[in-house]
Design a protein around this ligand. Structure first.
Ligand SMILES: Cc1cc2nc3c(=O)[nH]c(=O)nc-3n(C[C@H](O)[C@H](O)[C@H](O)COP(=O)(O)O)c2cc1C
Length: 329
């Protein structure tokens, strides 16, 4: 028997059964994964820029609709890129495809918010600080994903982990908060709820699932790794990203540790997204490119299906609340 729904303001806002979201993930957030998470009762999210063009995104949205009749969202990452991205056209593809949930990240969604709202989309903005969360709320975002320092990918430069960041955010925000970063287990869902969040967002944990479209070697490496096996690259350029600590990440760190200002040209061949995708995520050589992963790899011990993972988290969260937590009430 599947667990009964677990209601929060986030599940009500998004029309889902459980307050568990799969965050946008470049090269990973495709229809296979997003539909599996949505079919499991959480919210799956397609990653817009994984698709090479707005037309390809429209096709991917159609493909995902064929795989689930549950709500799913689209992530639009607004970071500066080496090749310019036609953001307006991606936004048009999202709105015209009838997408009603959009996760924005990277910088303020302000330039696109009116169009998304006019299309009827709920906007979740993901950011790494209280001040950016407040800005997102003031702009009219419907929810904020608060990404603590533990997270995979862009950590920001404040380095505040979720044990402090979430209650700081909860003290001042009125819109519902989604806890993001470092989360993969039921006890962390319970903790996130206690800290003021009404849902969790997971990236890394969902990469180590059956349906994630990445090479098995990547999933196995996550199972084997401990919590110290991530590295912060691009710190010297104030564009910090948490990645799996492998040979290439070490090479990047060695270049960044040299005296004098870091020249991005030295790093580009090592950090190229295409290299990580082709050699690691598709090719399975976990040491031949940079790939995004968070500290939660230390808590990943298996590669379940998305349905098994979501059910396990909800079931164990309820058990925890009824046992370990209830005895203090
Ligand atoms: C492989 C991978 C790729 C990611 N790519 C993106 C991205 O393109 N845009 C984005 O907003 N977040 C991206 N993220 C971050 C996740 O959406 C999420 O915020 C983060 O993974 C949460 O931390 P966790 O990994 O500890 O759960 C990525 C994460 C991973 C693991």
């Amino acid at each position: 028997m599947p667990e009964r729904p677990m209601q929060t303001r986030i599940t009500e806002l998004l029309g889902i059964d459980y307050p568990i979201i799969q965050g946008g993930m470049q090269w990973v957030g495709r229809a296979e994964l997003a539909s599996a998470v949505s079919n499991a009762g959480g919210l799956g999210i397609l990653t817009a820029l994984t698709q090479p063009s707005p037309e390809a995104l429209r096709a991917e949205i159609r493909r995902c609709r064929d795989m689930t009749d549950r709500p799913f969202g689209v992530n639009l990452t607004l970071l500066p890129t080496i090749d310019p991205v036609p953001f307006d056209e991606y936004i048009r593809a999202i709105v015209e495809s009838g997408i009603k949930i959009v996760e924005t990240a990277g910088r303020s969604p302000e330039p696109f918010l009116a169009t998304l709202k006019a299309g009827g989309a709920k906007v979740i903005h993901k950011c790494t600080s209280v001040r950016h969360s407040l800005k997102a709320e003031a702009l009219g975002c419907d929810a904020v994903s608060v990404d603590g320092f533990e997270c995979a990918g862009h950590t920001g430069e404040d380095d505040v982990p979720n044990l402090v960041l979430l209650p700081c955010a909860a003290a001042v925000l009125k819109v519902p908060i989604i806890a993001s970063g470092g989360i993969g287990t039921a006890s962390q869902l319970v903790a996130a709820l206690a800290l003021g969040a009404e849902g969790i967002n997971m990236g890394t944990r969902f990469v180590a699932t059956d349906e994630a479209p990445v090479h098995d070697n990547v999933k196995r490496a996550m199972v084997e790794a401990d919590e110290r096996q991530t590295a912060l690259v691009l710190r010297t350029l104030q564009n910090t990203a948490r990645v799996f600590r492998n040979a290439i990440a070490e090479e990047v760190l060695a270049i960044e540790a040299r005296e004098g200002a870091t020249d991005f040209a030295d790093l580009r061949p090592l950090l190229a997204g295409r290299r990580g995708r082709e050699r690691v995520l598709e090719g399975g050589d976990i040491n031949d490119g940079v790939w995004t992963a968070g500290m939660v790899i230390g808590l990943i011990d298996d590669v379940p299906s998305c349905a098994e993972l979501v059910q396990r988290i909800v079931r164990e969260a309820r058990e925890l609340i009824a046992t370990r937590i209830a005895r203090f009430a």
